[in-house]
Design a protein around this ligand. Structure first.
Ligand SMILES: [Zn+2]
Length: 137
């Protein structure tokens, strides 16, 4: 074997290096002491956990992302419905005819209702997607 300190060749089973006087046993025991705690099983567990983390949660995040997109789209749609309804109201209000104004005021309320339905659908679809995402665990 070779001395770990000076690198010179020494006889096997010799306690002290004949060249530098290093205590071979004290050096040899260190790597053995490192082997004893067995770090490897812990590493295997973490790698298994990593596989679980990187596997299905990705699908979950896709569902959550879709839910967010659906929710945003429905809210944008509802917002455009409301603004569309409001614009019709504004245009017809300029005319000043009370009957038509009343009609288009109702139309605005109807559009607001449509917007609410769109939002409700958005929340519903988003929650379904979130549920599917949680189910895919
Ligand atoms: Zn030595």
């Amino acid at each position: 074997m070779f001395c770990p300190k000076c690198g010179m060749q020494i006889d096997d089973g010799v306690r002290f290096c004949t060249h530098c006087g290093l205590d071979i046993l004290s050096v040899e025991q260190e790597p053995k002491a490192v082997d004893l705690p067995k770090v490897e099983p812990v590493e295997e567990n973490t790698s298994e956990r990593d596989v679980k983390k990187t596997g299905k949660p990705v699908i979950m995040f896709i569902y959550f992302g879709l839910a967010a997109v659906v929710l945003i789209m429905f809210f944008i749609a509802s917002q455009s419905i409301i603004s569309g309804g409001n614009k019709i109201m504004e245009i017809e209000s300029v005319g000043g005819k009370t009957l038509e104004e009343a009609y288009y005021h109702e139309l605005g309320a109807i559009y607001a209702g449509y917007a609410m339905i769109a939002r409700a659908f958005g929340v519903f679809f988003a929650s379904v997607l979130v549920w599917l995402g949680l189910k895919s665990k």
